[in-house]
Design a protein around this ligand. Sequence first.
Ligand SMILES: NC(=O)c1ccc[n+]([C@@H]2O[C@H](COP(=O)([O-])OP(=O)(O)OC[C@H]3O[C@@H](n4cnc5c(N)ncnc54)[C@H](O)[C@@H]3O)[C@@H](O)[C@H]2O)c1
Length: 254
Amino acid sequence: MSVSIDLTGKSAIVTGSGRGIGRETALLLAKAGACLTIADVDETTAAGVAQEIRAMGGAAAHVRTDITSAEDAKKMVRAAIDAHGRVDILVNNAARWTTKLFKDITPEEYDVDIRVTLYGTLNASRAVLDPMMEQKYGRIVNLISDAGRIGEPYLSIYSAAKGGVAAFTKALAKEVGRYSITVNGVAPGVTHTPGAQGFIDSAGGDEKLARAYPLRRLGQPIDIANAILFLASDLSSYMTGQIFSVDGGYSTPG
Ligand SMILES: NC(=O)c1ccc[n+]([C@@H]2O[C@H](COP(=O)([O-])OP(=O)(O)OC[C@H]3O[C@@H](n4cnc5c(N)ncnc54)[C@H](O)[C@@H]3O)[C@@H](O)[C@H]2O)c1
């Protein structure tokens, strides 16, 4: 006997899935049988990931999406429905961060970080709600961060934006539960991705950072994707408004 996760017949959108955790998540959802829409502001990487999925026998479309635009978010959902007939799963993964002390950050820098990280999540969630409510089914998984739960120096704006995403996750879960739509979050610790490499280097490198982690290693994108897969599946159908820390134990309270 075994238990498996089967997303056959489900249509999933992953924002920011041209690289990093988003890409790994898209590949894993596709391996579980879902049809994917790869949405990224970088059209070249988005097209590449969609091609990777098709090469493994899966179904995938890509759409260039700047998630800071509510209009682009609507186009992204339309593209998913045009390609796959419906949309069941949204992974709000795209984010942006500036690594600086708060006293050195400019309003222009924090405006763009908040627009991608917080507004992007709001725009995409708003755009999927109508079809999900109509079909009375949906799974929304928001990428949060330990930064948004416990605060991180040099990442104050990102901490603020992710704290907003965490509160939004809980509030939206309460609004849409009656439509069998669940809204949950995953909060990774530092994870090896192209976006995190600069932070890892500036903090002294992999081994030094890993000493603060009970499991003594930083995350890999697949560690995060596995948790997202669970929250995107029906194994989690009685969970909503919850946030999983997937961080090797880093944020475990003492
Ligand atoms: N890597 C980590 O250490 C870490 C830790 C905690 C949380 N997270 C969260 O995990 C998620 C993925 O992080 P990552 O490290 O894989 O990031 P990454 O920077 O490697 O990839 C982010 C992707 O988002 C895309 N993107 C950026 N702006 C966009 C926009 N306006 N519209 C659409 N797409 C856009 C980029 O083109 C890129 O493909 C983020 O939400 C991040 O906050 C990551």
